[in-house]
Design a protein around this ligand. Structure first.
Ligand code: 13P
Length: 250
């Protein structure tokens, strides 16, 4: 049985005061019985997350990591730095990074490796655009994005990642994939991991695959009831403690 995981992706939102209210609200509520919660904050707020969430069951992490470990890379933040701030997770290859920052599959694979080397759990995001879905290319696109990561990792490393399926057309649009649409892609991703090679069936069975894209309190339970959906990656609804907790309890 895979543990459910619900991660909030704050994106470019927050302030010390707003985060304090949000984190206190999440922390004050009873921990969801069947899901682990985590928040992925902008870099400057990781110390705040660490201060507020240490000793709780709530994890925290970053939204990106450098593909480099050190050196002359102005503006980059390396995985060992995230580890120093107690991060458990880091998002890798979010569609907003892929589309606005030109992150290729190769960069996403390198970032995944850097995260693993520092003991972080990379949450590797894949997803198709609306045009790609309408052209019948969903499986080809997410399959290619996944393959780049599978090819770079050992089976042991693969056992330490989380995958997230986020259809680009569902992000921030209020258009959720139906639970059947999401389940179909999740099942396909798991099948691709099994097919990657001998001995991959076990790691595929244990792999947590989260769904992201307009998850809200009123659609979370239905999505999370699907057999291959192991939780959610939540954008907008993770900025309100009440909504985020309701999703965690779904
Ligand atoms: P929304 O929940 O705002 O659609 O964002 C999803 C997302 O991109 C999470 O990473």
């Amino acid at each position: 049985m895979r543990q459910k995981l619900v991660i909030g992706n704050w994106k470019l939102h927050g302030s010390l005061a707003a985060n304090a209210a949000l984190l206190d609200g999440i922390k004050a509520a009873p921990a969801p019985a069947r899901a682990r919660l985590a928040v992925c904050a902008p870099f400057p707020y990781l110390a705040q997350c660490q201060a507020v969430l240490s000793g709780t069951t709530i994890g925290w992490g970053a939204q990106d990591v450098s593909a480099e470990t050190r050196g002359a890379f102005t503006g980059e933040v390396a995985a060992p730095m995230l580890a120093e701030f107690g991060c458990a997770y880091v998002l890798v290859g979010h569609s907003e990074r892929r589309s606005y920052h030109g992150e290729t599959d190769a960069i996403v694979a390198a970032k995944t490796l850097r995260a693993l080397e520092s003991g972080l759990t990379p949450v590797v995001c894949v997803g198709e655009t609306l045009a790609q879905r309408e052209a019948g290319e969903t499986e080809a696109v997410v399959g290619r994005q996944l393959a780049a990561v599978l090819d770079a990792l050992s089976i042991e490393q693969l056992g330490r990642i989380v995958l997230a399926y986020e259809p680009v057309w569902a992000i921030g649009t209020g258009k959720t994939a139906t639970s059947e649409q999401a389940q179909a892609v999740h099942a396909y991703l798991r099948k691709q991991v099994v097919a990657h090679g001998e001995g991959f069936a076990d790691v595929a069975a244990r792999l947590q695959i989260l769904y992201g894209g307009s998850v809200k309190p009123d659609n979370a339970a239905e999505l999370f009831s699907m057999s291959d959906i192991d939780g959610g990656l939540i954008g907008g609804a993770s900025l309100k403690a009440e909504d985020f907790l309701a999703i965690g309890n779904a």
